[in-house]
Ligand binder design. Sequence first.
Ligand code: CUA
Length: 309
Amino acid sequence: MNPLTSLDPGSANAQAIVRLWVIAGGIFAFIFLSVAGLIVYSLMKFRWREGEPDLEQVPGNKTVEIVWTAIPFCIVMVLFALTVKTMGVSDPPPAPNPDIVVIGHQWWWEARYPRSGVIVANEIHIPTGTPLSIQLDSADVLHEFWVARLTRKMTTVPGHPNHIWLEADEPGVYLGSCSEFCGTEHAWMRFIVVAQKPADFDAWQKAQLRPSVSPTDAAALRGGQLFTQLSCVSCHNIGGTAAHARVGPDLTHLAGRAQLCAGLMDNTPENLKSWLRNPRAVKPGVEMPNFEFTEDQVNDLTAYLETLK
Ligand code: CUA
């Protein structure tokens, strides 16, 4: 099934929304078919025929008016009650402190885990079976956080934190996307939610907290030096080095991620090289400029970045 479908829910939260959709859809289908069926039946049965007198007109009938007001009123009340019940499950009030703060950027996602201090980009790990309170912020324009199989959509607004609950019943990788047009690369503002058993999640979190280790390989050493000499450090953070900026994605554990450029490509050395040669050829409109690195510099930088597990 399409990984961006809401119809294959992976949490109680998303399940409640699908259930409401099915019930409401059933009621609407029933109304549509009844009304359309009666119209077609009447058109056939009572159509004008040569020589027949016009049908008698019936002005005002209190009983009929009460009935056709009462039925829609009851239907709307039932839908209202079901909606309130669903909102109780899928949209409870936020926790006093968020478990994860997710920040939308043009065009990537940053996730901060306030309790542990972990900061990652485009790959959000969560423990299974635990509802997580997510605070949604934006660094620039309106974006919309959407993990179709796990929860509803929510807009990220600069200076106005929004909230959502995120939970996965089963371990797995769930695709997420930005679902509000936010500029040139809106379509490549994807991310993945990696749901892990709590013990695996704890291990992941510990590993993310470790700073990077200085490389031993000659090419990687040269790459590391280039990284600090050039202006990479003005935008990126790499734990354990002099790079502490938070403009672009955190690269401390870049090599451990599955994807590059917010879901645009798999994280392979070849793709990383094509990105370094000219980021704007790979992802037009992106903030990172073309540094016109030489092929040797591209190779050294890639060797270095590949050590950041
Ligand atoms: Cu961010 Cu669309």
